[in-house]
Design a protein. Structure first.
Length: 327
């Protein structure tokens, strides 16, 4: 029996979830082609090793990720009550957003069909900085609340890049309206700015999901895809970090995963997986970071980590614009 990924509570939801989750955007082919069989094997491997959170969106691959994940969950035969399925509403293309009540209601119905399920554990407002935050407060969240009352969704979350948007919304809705915040690219080896608002999020009793542990591919040996929005100086720093990892003969995604999961204030960390091997690598990283598995390379990894953190310290404040100017 393999040692399974440990779990943490997700805010006040009552859910216990694995401290890394399966990010399914790669299943929409957004980082390169992934075959259905490989996706199914990756999903099965993840579940067997204790990963119980699967996150997708109608946006990833313009519904392909939901289709492929839905098929994989069905083919792998995962027991529906033993994993947490998360998807999103509001973003449907690079520049296509609709946060209206009728559209998000229909969106959930479409996602249920693609995912072959009768309920979604966590429904999230996707990249809310591209919409009117006041509309999200007055219309989107109440529409999702009605779906919750009907039992079609169980918990409600909000997602986006600018951290200030979370505070804007959470300060204007009654406690318990938003159960979960999903932030991305803000708690990685490159950028730890999410850390600054963790006490605020805790005061609002929301569960925190840190997505894109590898900075959407920045912290991988092959580097990010062409569409990556990071400015040139950040991309250059990440390439230098990858060269340093190479010189120390250590695995950069593993170091990045070990770094993020060490923060106990974050319930879970999403990594986008394209293959079963990537899942296994991430699980080893988590087990080592939690002291549940030993590694003969540990000292070498520590030395590499010091050098890589120095390389990335210079760009720690560097991010990129996302959303409407007023947000
Ligand atoms: P990520 O930082 O997890 O990087 C994914 C990339 O890293 C993919 O190309 C994958 O093939 C590669 N990779 C994974 N493990 C690897 C390994 N061991 N070696 C080499 N390469 C490896 O980026 P992500 O997928 O964008 O983020 C994770 C998940 O978080 C997404 O899939 C999605 O579910 C979620 N997310 C949500 C939002 C949002 O709601 N706004 C934004 C970003 C991400």
């Amino acid at each position: 029996m393999p040692i399974k990924v440990p779990t943490r509570p997700l805010g006040s939801t009552g859910l216990e979830i694995s401290i890394i989750g399966f990010g399914a955007s790669p299943l929409g082919n957004v980082f390169g082609d992934v075959h259905q069989d490989t996706a199914t094997e990756a999903v099965r491997t993840a579940f067997d090793l204790g990963i119980t959170l699967f996150d997708t969106s109608p946006f990833y691959g313009l519904t392909k990720s939901e289709d492929v994940l839905g098929q994989a969950l069905r083919d792998a035969g995962l027991p529906r009550d033993q994993f947490v399925l998360a998807t999103k509403v509001g973003r449907y293309g690079q520049d296509t957003f609709d946060f209206s009540g009728p559209r998000v209601t229909r969106s959930v119905e479409e996602s249920l069909e693609r995912l072959h399920t009768s309920y979604i554990d966590l429904i999230q407002v996707h990249d809310m900085e591209f919409g009117s935050l006041d509309q999200i407060i007055a219309e989107t969240l109440p529409a999702l609340q009605r779906l919750k009352e009907k039992g079609l969704v169980r918990h409600i979350g909000i997602t986006g890049l600018p951290l200030a948007c979370f505070q804007y919304v959470l300060d204007r809705v009654p406690c318990g309206t938003v159960d979960v915040v999903l932030s991305y690219c803000h708690y990685t080896l490159c950028d730890q700015s999410l850390g600054r608002i963790l006490p605020y999020l805790e005061s609002k009793a929301v569960g925190v999901i840190n997505a894109s542990v590898l900075g959407m591919g920045l912290l991988t040996p092959h580097g990010p895809p062409a569409w990556h929005p990071a400015p040139a100086e950040l991309q250059a720093a990440a390439r230098a970090a990858a060269r340093a990892a190479d010189a120390h003969a250590v695995d950069l995604p593993k170091l990045a995963t070990m770094f993020s999961v060490a923060n106990p204030g974050i319930a879970t960390h999403l990594i986008g997986f394209s293959t079963p091997d990537q899942v296994r690598n991430a699980v080893h990283a988590v087990l080592q970071a939690q002291g549940l598995e030993e590694n003969a390379q540990a000292e070498q990894e520590e030395r590499a980590m010091v050098e890589i953190r120095e390389i990335l310290a210079g760009t720690a404040q560097v991010t990129w614009p996302s959303g409407l100017p007023e947000n």
